[in-house]
Ligand binder design. Sequence first.
Ligand SMILES: [Zn+2]
Length: 259
Amino acid sequence: MSRPGSPGTQPGPEQDSAQPATAAAAAVRAASATPADPAQALAELHAGNRRFVTGAPHHPNQDAGHRAAVADGQHPFAVIVGCSDSRLAAEIIFDRGLGDLFVVRTAGHTVGPEVLGSVEYAVTILGTPLVVVLGHDSCGAVQAARAADATGTPPPGHLPAVVDAVVPSLRRAAAEGVDDIDRIVDIHIGCTVEAMLDRSAVLAAEVAAGRCAVVGMSYRLAAGEARVVASVPAHLDAVDGARAATDGAHAPAAAAAVA
Ligand SMILES: [Zn+2]
């Protein structure tokens, strides 16, 4: 079993789901050394999501031996900045385990200072090569922001912090003539990618140096599929052409200029 951080190891091949579960899981564990660059990391997420979608997850890196191995240190290969929605558990939908993903979740994947600080920690201290903004269809936070914006009635408590963070995405969607809620979600994912790179000079510098990439992924609750809808640098979403469809892709202009 490999430990996280093993240098220069390529992601392993897809396993045949017809193999006995224990053998398949062992093979995945043996081949699942930490991806070393953004493209490898994205490919690993795509592979895990495919296993999840097809109902053949291998649950790598969830055994007692791996738990003990990663107690000495962590080298997650991706930061997931995801919506808090209970149906969007990162380790499940990407079929990963302990030590693989550094996860930060807020309603509507809104990014305040604590979120940006957490991302910067992972990228600069832990050396994580990929940041993923993970949104989803029928997002309640986006719907709530849309309702509050339409009625002009602010929600109670701290909810305006979420609404206010989503409103610029609603404005972008309106300017593009987009009214469908799920297309608005995809625009909001792209706007979140853009906002992170605009607000975090540390993250932008890591991306400009080629040590990191920021990708936006849109998840479908029923199908379980996560597809790329934004990518900085732009070429990264071509890693898996079959799934990283360019249809509806939203490449944030300001963020793309960073790369
Ligand atoms: Zn949501």
